[in-house]
Design a protein around this ligand. Structure first.
Ligand code: AMP
Length: 429
């Protein structure tokens, strides 16, 4: 299927082409016709499936079609997102897909000063992307009025529930006009979300995609429990393996990326960093060196990596685990471009265990643990097993990672909550 087959108007087709998309993803192919036809929709899909375009493209098209005789500057679309990162991404997507439509979006979220957001809203906005708390604040202050909403998108409804935002969401929904088109997206469909869907959608179409099969599952993933101080040594140890030909290493901060590049440089490992503080020229140069194979290791932060589209990335290494589980899916997806499979390693220190749990919940897979490497954080492993350390916390001697089928996890109790290294990830409980 092509984007033209979805009967999208030319300004949107041009934008999609400029994004480099060749064809619609399954959720787009399924959802776009229904949304264009004005139907309410429940989408069971998670980030990484292309679900943002699945709702943004048809909504933009319907806004353009109904643009005549409209009061300009009133808010016509509300997208609710659980996190500011996701809200920003959705805003960026509306900007990218709507670049030839003249429609304006504004993103509002908490944790930052509200004044710039208030001013942006006052300047006039067609599409408002918001997290629930800040939206309610601005509604209560009379800055935002939602009685002109024609389209309402509730994104990542299950995470809203997990994060305790569901009451805020209900309060927002209460003030929306009854006559509207509503789209609800959720990675999972617990009963609470189904009840909510039954309550707020009218005769919805249901579409479902299973992203693990297309993205996450074909990537060979594993996690290394390692103390923060040992991460660099573990990275250098792994990079001894020449099979790691072209590797994207993710750090949480720009500073962390720079520091790591310096350290790798000292170890004579060809590395460059790419992040927001680098000039455009420096970023392009780093990227082109990486593409050509001149640089073996590209160290990146999430934001900088978003636009990176390099084929044949053999490995992704999460030097730091992302606190946003979607970022994990985005990151590891860099090693499985264009149908290729790839390998993703994640380093997890004790403080990052909660991030790992969130990731596993999102991808609905248990990421296999590598229990045999020279820098195993035994304190951490014991914590994972609810046991105290049995060898005083000394790094374990390296043994072959191939040696995976042995029972037990080396903590001496013969029981293991985590596999040594499972080939077939099992669903999380
Ligand atoms: P989303 O699930 O909306 O967060 O999208 C995940 C990623 O897929 C984003 O980086 C999008 O830019 C990208 N994407 C969305 N639609 C397509 C498409 N049809 N072809 C290729 N990439 C896409």
């Amino acid at each position: 299927m092509q984007f033209q087959d979805l009967k999208l108007i030319d300004p949107l087709l041009r934008a999609v082409r400029a994004e480099g998309y060749d064809e619609p993803t399954p959720i787009q192919a399924q959802a776009v016709p229904h949304v264009l036809a004005g139907k309410d929709l429940v989408g069971c899909a998670q980030t990484g499936t292309g679900k943002t375009a699945a709702f943004a493209l048809p909504i933009l098209q319907r806004l353009v079609a109904a643009n005549q005789n409209r009061q300009r500057g009133v808010i016509r679309v509300l997208v609710l997102s659980p996190t500011r990162e996701l809200a920003s991404q959705i805003g960026d997507s509306f900007t990218a897909y709507g670049r030839h439509t003249g429609l304006k979006n504004v993103v509002i979220f908490g944790g930052v000063g509200q004044q710039p957001q208030v001013q942006a809203v006052r300047r006039g906005v067609d599409i408002l992307v918001a997290t629930p708390g800040r939206l309610l604040d601005l509604m209560n202050q009379g800055v935002i009025n939602l009685n002109t909403i024609e389209f309402f998108v509730l994104d990542e409804a299950d995470r809203m529930l997990d994060m305790g935002f569901i009451h805020d969401v209900r309060r927002v929904i209460k003030v929306l006009p009854k006559r509207r088109q509503t789209l609800l997206f959720s990675a999972t469909m617990p009963q609470d979300i189904q009840d909510l869907a039954n309550h707020i959608l009218i005769d919805p179409v249901r579409v479902e995609v299973t992203p693990q099969a297309t993205t996450v599952e074909k990537i060979d993933q594993s996690v290394f429990f390692v103390a923060k101080k040992d991460k660099r040594a573990l990275l250098e140890h792994l990079l001894d393996d020449k099979a790691i030909r072209r590797v994207l290493v993710f750090t949480r901060t720009k500073h962390g990326a720079n520091k790591l590049v310096q350290q790798l440089d000292r170890a004579r490992i060809q590395a460059e960093a790419i992040h927001g503080n680098k000039s455009q020229t420096a970023r392009e140069r780093a990227l082109s060196n990486f593409k050509s194979g001149k640089t073996r290791v590209l160290v990146a932060t999430d934001i900088a990596a978003r636009g990176i589209d390099v084929e044949d990335v053999t490995h992704v290494i999460n030097y730091d685990l992302p606190n946003e589980p979607e970022s994990y899916v985005h990151r590891i997806g860099r090693t499985a471009r264009a149908g290729a499979s790839g390998i993703a390693f994640s380093f997890c220190d004790i403080e990052e265990r909660k991030y790992l749990r969130d990731i596993e919940k999102l991808i609905r897979l248990r990421v296999p643990l590598v229990t045999e490497h020279p820098y195993v954080d035994t304190a951490e492993e014991s914590a994972a097993n609810g046991k105290s350390s049995s060898n005083g916390g000394h790094p374990r001697q390296q043994r072959s990672r191939q040696n995976e089928s042995q029972p037990g996890n080396g903590n001496g109790n013969g029981r293991s909550r985590r596999p040594r290294r499972r080939r077939n990830p099992r669903p999380t409980e």
